[in-house]
Unconditional design. Structure first.
Length: 184
């Protein structure tokens, strides 16, 4: 996958055989810490949702200063960051739970988002994921997504809410998320 500066992407992956990716709150927080460590330099996170067997990130690729080898350089850095995230998390997870082998299905997937209005639809879809899966009744009840940050129930520093909130008012986003579930 090629990544381009100032472009938006939906990055996601799931586990092999629907094995649990997160077995405790500590696992969710550790994964986000690793995500920030390996990818904050290259990606501005618009929204996310960590589910028991998979993850979603909606991101914008940052402009990278002093880039010498062109557009492929940012792609290489993000691909390596995603690889390191998944490998380091798997290694720590395996050690913690006395297991061996791969945790994730092959490589992560990334889809470029070409129009900004679709960002709102996709963010809503991502935030509704725990409802669709029957984990909660309301998106705000799920602790491991950026939705609580968007509606000011939490003051997290990972999501860059400004991008979306320039396109839609907070109350409208809340109403959109709380009404009919979106299927993509």
């Amino acid at each position: 996958m090629r990544f381009y500066e100032n472009s938006y992407y939906h990055i996601y992956n799931r586990t092999i055989n629907e094995e649990l990716l997160f077995r405790s709150e500590e696992n969710y927080l550790f994964f986000l810490k690793k995500y920030r460590y390996y990818l904050d330099e290259y990606l501005e996170t618009i929204g996310y949702c960590l589910m028991p067997t998979h993850f979603h990130f909606l991101v914008r690729v940052k402009e990278i200063e002093n880039q010498t080898s062109g557009l492929s350089d940012v792609s290489t850095k993000i691909s390596r960051g995603m690889h390191k995230l998944q490998m380091s998390y798997t290694k720590a997870f395996n050690r913690r739970y006395n297991r061996q082998g791969s945790l994730f299905q092959a490589h992560y997937k990334a889809k470029q988002i070409s129009n900004e209005p679709y960002l709102i639809t996709l963010l809503t879809y991502i935030h509704q994921n725990p409802i669709r899966s029957g984990l909660v009744e309301k998106a705000e009840e799920w602790l491991f997504s950026s939705y609580q940050d968007y509606i000011d129930l939490r003051k997290g520093t990972l999501p860059s809410k400004g991008i979306i909130l320039k396109m839609i008012k907070k109350q409208e986003l809340k109403e959109l998320t709380e009404k009919k579930l979106i299927e993509l």
